[in-house]
Each structure stands twice: as C-alpha cells, then as structure tokens.
Design a protein around this ligand. Structure first.
Ligand code: NAD
Length: 504
C-alpha cells in the first residue's frame, strides 16, 4: 500500500497546508484506499494564487523565451524519469487502466516536447507596409494571469495542454486540478518546481467547484482555460462576461458518434465502435455514446459488437490485461444506471444489459459493465441527445448517408465523429456536412495528438482548440510599426502637413 499523499497548495513558491476544510481522494477501484488528503481552497486561497501569479508575471514575461523553453526540456527529463510512477498513481487515483495511463503520460510529454520545440520559433510575422520607409510587424504578447481549471479524466495531459502554451508564451498560471484527481495535479506541480520554474510562475490551489468559481470571479485573471462539463463551462462563460477583457476557452462534453456505412469492413467497424464506446469505460469527452449503423448491416454488426462487448475484461486498472477499469465514483455509477433505466423507459431494445459488477474483484470498486441498445433516432429521446459519460451505447439504424448526417447532427454537441467506409464520396459528405471538431475515417472517434487541433463546436467548445492550438488563445497579437524615414508618411494617402509645423 502506497503512502497517503499530504495535499498542499503552492502559492508564490511556498507549499501551504491548511487549518481549514479538507477533502479525500479515494481510488475508484478500491473505495477503501485513500490516495491523499487535500486542503479545500478557500476564496482567500484562490485570491492568493492569482496575486502570486500576477506578481511573478513581469519578470517571467521579460525572461528569454529560449530560457523558458529550456525549463520545459528539464521538465521532459523529469517526466521521463517519473513515467512509471506517474502512470501507477494515475491508475490508482482515476481508475484508468495502466496502459492508458502510460499513454497519457506520453501525451503530456509530447506537449512538453512540442512547447520546447517552439522556443526557437518566430513569435510573430514581418509584414509589408504601404509606406516604403516603414517596417511593420505582428508580435504576439502574453495576456498575463491564466486560470487553468481541469477535469479528472485526463489529469496529466489536459493540464499540460494548457500550462505548456501559457507558460512558454510568458503568462503565469493559477492551476486548480479536479477534486477527483488532486494527487496527480500536485505531482505535476511539484515537477514544474523541480524543473526550475521560478516561484509564482505556476501556483496550485486544490478544491472543487467553489474554489474554481472563486478563480473565475477574480478580476485579475486575464484568461480562463477550462475543460470539463458543459454546465460548468457555461457558468464560467456567464461569470466571465462581467470582465470586459477576459478570454475564456472552454472544452466541454459531447455525444460523439461512429458512423458505420453499408460498405464498411465489419471487423474494423466493430473494433472502432468498441474502442470508441468502452475505452476508459466511456469516460472520454470524445467517447461515442452513439453508433449509427446502415440498416443493411445492422443485425450482423450488432451481433458481433455485443458478442465482443461481453468478452471485454473489466477490472483492476493496475492489471495490464484489463480492457477498462471502473468509473470515477459512486455518483458516476448512479448517473449511468439512471440513463440505462431511462433508455428502457424511452423505448430502447436492450441488446446487452449492463450495470454494476459485483464479483469479488469488483466488490470494493465502481465497476460497470457495458449497456448496449437499439433505438431508432427520435428528436425527443433524451438518451440519444445527452452526454452519459459511461459505458452506455446506442446503436441507431440509418437508411442512407444523408439520413446519417441528419441523425449525427441532431444533438446539441459537436466534438468527435468517425466514419467507417471504403467510399471516398461518402467520406467527403461526412467531412463537409457533419458538425465536429475532430473527424476520423476508418478509426475510432478517440485518439488525439497534441499538434492537431482539439476542440469542438456547439455545446462542445467555444472555438479555442486545446493543446498546440492554445498558443493563439494565450497571446494577443500586436502591430508594431517603425518609421525609418525622417518625415511622417501615412497609409491610405492621409495628408500629414500641419500649418506652421515642418514635417521634417
Ligand atoms: P466538471 O465540469 O464536473 O469539472 C471540471 C472542473 O471544473 C473541475 O476542476 C471542477 O472542480 C471545476 N468546477 C466545477 N464547478 C465549477 C465552477 N462553478 N466554476 C469553476 N470551476 C468549477 O467535469 P469532470 O466531471 O471533471 O469531467 C468530465 C466532463 O469533462 C465531461 O463532460 C467531459 O466530456 C468533459 N471533458 C471535455 C474534454 C474536452 O476537451 N472537450 C476533455 C475531458 C473532459
């Protein structure tokens, strides 16, 4: 049994425990296992981390970009050294299977490496001017203090998607990890400290929604980078509207889908559907809640998918032989059970009845088996429109590809879409007509890479793709114009003569 983590906030380079409220992080696979005990950040703590980030900003912005990049190189070495420990801690704290945790550590490392690589890139453009004597530039500048508020399901990579671009560009950060994965958030912050990032550049405050909201309410925060559910993202956008120069990037939920066309390779399609629906127990933002299947292929596809879903190994996340682990907590178990029951009420034909797993291996954890049902698309069926965030999968028949586009688009979300087909005309139709941020062909609808845009439309995102794409969001573009002549000459033929004053 590993030692229980002592949670602390990091404010201006000093670690603080608390005399106030605390909360526990418990393992979803063994509810009796306490991973750590953490301080619940008060509104004053939130103010302190923002103030610390503000104080550190001028010196950090002035530091050499290449120096900042080299600190990320230090961080990369530490992450490589710690990769196994990080993956183990993550598997224990959030219940993802160890192979997925290792992949997430690598994804975080890729973000660090990407950011390091940008250290010697241009920070703007040299542009033409109408006036021959003028040099004109676009130069990106950091905004200032960035609040980073992250979800539990990618507790290492998602914070790095935000911290990396923010810091390399010269911003400072107030970071609040999810209350479900505070130990990973704290470990990541410790590694920034070890890598040599100066005091106050990365500050950490633990806590739940109230702590996050205190960060958002602080007028001294210039940018909020948020990833999580739509309801919270919407609230953050509403609160931020009070602040006239606030930038808010929200990556939120989805009702993502795989579309299996009539000409799909059957085994490939089943594989894509299983990975999209049940990897991470359906708890990725991009997890498929829906598989749209051409009517002519439906019965064959459903039979194969259900047979394979029955064989999936669900158990201890530290056992590399398991396909997936538990869901995050008891509340998630209850939410999925609620949607399974709702599907039945709304007229689903259940093909595989899922629910709590109760064997010896599962008795102390939040384990659920896959729930699969057939349902014709209906605009009024809540289960076909709302995010469940668990192993709950609708198989929806469609008549033709235009019909599939219409069904796919009929949700309030637009994050990820995969199409399984051999037909290049069909690919193009789905590429152009479906509403999504990430599209895949003959692949699952999960599988991000840090240098590709990661974001969605509608209720899934507000147009600031995460990871590498955030470099644009955490900076503002300035025009810098220099006159090398000895008189004032203006663009658009604007006259410059002033009576009684020489232009020279
Ligand atoms: P959540 O929305 O419950 O919490 C996310 C973060 O917001 C946590 O740190 C939480 O403490 C904080 N928070 C809660 N209320 C707040 C408030 N009023 N003000 C400020 N902060 C507040 O999400 P979760 O359960 O941790 O994660 C699951 C959700 O995240 C799913 O909807 C999933 O689709 C989504 N998600 C989206 C992406 C993406 O990139 N689109 C990636 C991962 C997860």
């Amino acid at each position: 049994m590993s030692a229980v983590v002592t949670g602390k906030n990091l404010i201006a380079g000093r670690w603080h425990s608390t005399n106030g409220d605390r909360f526990e992080s418990r393992s979803p696979s063994r509810q009796s296992e306490v991973i750590g005990v953490f301080p619940t950040g008060s509104p004053e703590d939130a103010k302190r981390v923002v103030a610390a980030a503000r104080d550190a900003f001028p010196a950090w912005r002035r530091s050499s970009r290449i120096h900042r990049a080299e600190l990320f190189d230090n961080l990369a070495q530490i992450v490589k050294r710690e990769a196994d420990n990080l993956a183990q801690l993550m598997a224990r704290e959030c219940g993802k299977v160890i192979g997925e945790c290792r992949a997430e550590v690598i994804e975080g490392l890729h973000m660090i490496q990407y950011v390091f690589g940008t250290g010697r890139w241009p920070v703007g453009d040299v542009l033409a001017s109408e006036i021959a004597e003028k040099d004109a530039f676009m130069r990106r500048k950091p905004w200032g203090v960035v609040a980073v508020i992250t979800p539990w399901n990618f507790p290492f990579a998602v914070p790095l998607w935000m911290l990396g671009p923010s810091l390399i560009e010269g911003n400072t950060v107030a970071f609040k990890p999810s209350e479900d994965t505070p130990a990973i958030g704290q470990r990541l912050t410790e590694m920034f400290e070890e890598a040599g990032f100066p005091a106050g550049v990365v500050n950490l405050v633990h806590g739940g929604g109230e702590t996050g909201e205190a960060l958002v309410r602080d007028a001294d925060v210039n940018v909020v980078l948020f990833t999580g559910s739509y309801d919270v993202g919407h609230r953050i956008q509403q609160l931020s509207a009070e602040h006239y120069d606030r930038i808010v990037a929200c990556e939120m939920g989805s009702k993502s889908a795989v579309i299996v066309c009539a000409d799909a390779r059957l085994d490939l399609a089943v594989n894509c559907a299983l990975i999209s629906g049940f990897k991470t127990s359906g708890q990725r933002c991009v997890s498929a809640g829906r598989i749209l299947v051409a009517e002519s292929l439906f019965d064959q596809f459903a039979e194969k998918l259900v047979a394979a879903a029955k064989r999936l190994h669900i158990g201890d996340p530290l056992d590399a032989g398991n396909f997936t682990g538990p869901v995050i907590h008891r509340g998630a178990v209850e939410k999925v059970e609620h949607y399974n029951a709702l599907a039945k009420q709304e007229g689903a034909t259940v093909l595989l009845d899922g629910g709590r797993l109760s064997g010896v291996e599962h008795s102390n954890g939040c384990y659920l088996s896959p729930f699969v049902y057939r349902m014709a698309h209906r605009p009024d069926a809540r289960v076909l429109h709302e995010e469940v965030f668990g192993p709950h999968l609708a198989l929806i028949p469609f008549k033709n590809n235009e019909d599939a586009v219409r069904i796919y688009n009929d949700t309030p979300y637009g994050l990820s879409m995969a199409v399984v087909t051999e037909d290049y005309r069909a690919m193009r139709l789905f590429r152009d007509e479906c509403e999504y941020g990430m599209g895949y062909v003959n692949l699952p609808c999960i599988g991000a890479e840090v240098h590709l845009p990661f974001g969605g439309v509608k209720k899934s995102g507000n147009g600031h793709p995460s990871a590498a794409g955030l470099i644009e969001t955490v900076t503002h573009k300035t025009a810098w114009t220099v006159n090398h002549g000895t008189e004032v000459k203006m663009a658009q033929g604007l006259t410059t003569e002033i009576e009684g004053n020489s232009a020279q």
